[in-house]
Ligand binder design. Structure first.
Ligand code: BGC
Length: 357
């Protein structure tokens, strides 16, 4: 090898060393452990706010965080989770777009031994999900049923109340829990005739709303109102979520002239709380995010420090493959009488937010 060639080789070697060093520095930007947060979309108020709150809490606790939203697209979510794994995430916090569709990404997490916390919505059909943090989902539905029972004093009713149900996304494992919780409380009154489902649509599937879409909920409610409530009133509408309540409220505005029904919901989304203040929606179940975020970030700490992970339910959530150890937080309801106490004093909303147009 002549001198000139040797010089080139040295330059090349030096350049490659520099490159390796730079890539190394880039990958090891900091010594902090990385946590991945994957959410369906940031268009739903809950996910937009809570992912930011989880991220901030994880920052406080000394982690680096990658947060991604999947535009409600399963393939995009799988891709984003795989990228988080490639970037070195050590724990994944995932709200799935659809409960049963994360197979490939879950296989990859398992291959890399990365613990997965299913946040609020259970990831099903995989043994790669390590823990589940959520609210008592069946309890959410029961709260709706109990609210109706109490408000209309169904035990002493001297008349029949007409009722309809709008349930949630069949692809969301939570949705049937909400429906069954409410239905189980109200079933005795359906059996003794105090309640009457005039449309005859009684099952979860008949009442369901693919993708929790407000438009689909509205469309179904309009059909029901046009077909069954031209000459009679609907008194109660059990709606699985605030998102579907918006569709029902829209349908009542467009296609109904009778007396206004009692409508349920959950999440205390800003517009729905305003509707509660105006009397267009009766109640919403409040799932205080601070409780869920604390439970979830505590879990991250416990997992990464090898401590025993705190759970309070090891029986309820079978995901098709395994019963996932869970931490369930307690939901409560808000309505026009207590919203200030619950929502403003907890700091969930300011008075100004509720009053602004
Ligand atoms: C959540 C609810 C929410 C619904 C629609 C469910 O998975 O638990 O809080 O209302 O999705 O977004």
């Amino acid at each position: 090898m002549n001198k000139r060639n040797r010089k080139y080789i040295y330059i090349l070697l030096a350049l490659s060393a520099l490159l390796i060093l730079m890539t190394g520095c880039y990958a090891k930007k900091s010594d902090k452990k990385i946590i991945g947060i994957s959410a369906p979309s940031n268009e739903i108020q809950r996910w937009a706010l809570e992912t930011v709150q989880i991220r901030d809490e994880l920052y406080k606790r000394g982690y680096d965080v990658i947060t991604q939203y999947a535009s409600n697209d399963v393939a995009m979510q799988i891709n984003q989770i795989e990228n988080m794994i490639a970037q070195g995430a050590e724990v994944l916090i995932i709200i799935p777009v659809e409960s049963a569709s994360l197979g490939e990404a879950m296989d990859m997490a398992k291959e890399h031994n990365i613990p997965v916390i299913s946040y609020d919505m259970l990831i099903t059909n995989t043994d790669a999900v390590s823990y589940y943090t959520t609210f008592d989902n069946y309890g959410v539905g029961r709260i709706m049923g109990e609210y109706v029972r109490g408000k209309l004093d169904l035990d002493n009713a001297s008349r029949t109340y007409n009722i309809e149900f709008t349930s949630g996304n069949p692809g969301d494992n939570n949705a049937a829990y909400f429906f069954n919780g409410a239905k189980d409380v109200l079933q005795p009154y359906l059996d003794n005739g105090v309640l009457n489902i005039v449309s005859g649509q009684t099952t979860f599937t008949q009442c369901s709303t693919p993708g929790w879409s407000t438009e689909k909920a509205q469309h179904r409610a309009e059909n029901i109102l046009a077909s069954f409530y031209q000459d009679t009133d609907v008194d109660i509408w059990i709606s699985g979520s605030d998102i579907t309540s918006l569709g029902i409220i829209g349908a009542l505005g467009n296609s109904y002239n009778g007396s206004y029904p009692l409508i349920t919901g959950q999440d205390c989304s800003l517009l729905n709380v305003k509707y509660i203040m105006e009397g267009k929606q009766a109640m919403s179940v409040f799932k205080d995010p601070t409780l869920l975020i604390e439970a979830t970030t505590n879990m991250v700490d416990e997992i990464l420090s090898g401590k025993e992970v705190t759970v309070n339910d090891t029986e309820t959530y079978f995901n098709g493959i395994k019963t996932v150890p869970s931490y369930l937080c307690k939901p409560v309801y808000i309505d026009a009488d207590n919203y200030e106490d619950v929502l403003i004093s907890s700091g969930f909303y300011t008075k100004e937010q509720l009053l602004e147009d």
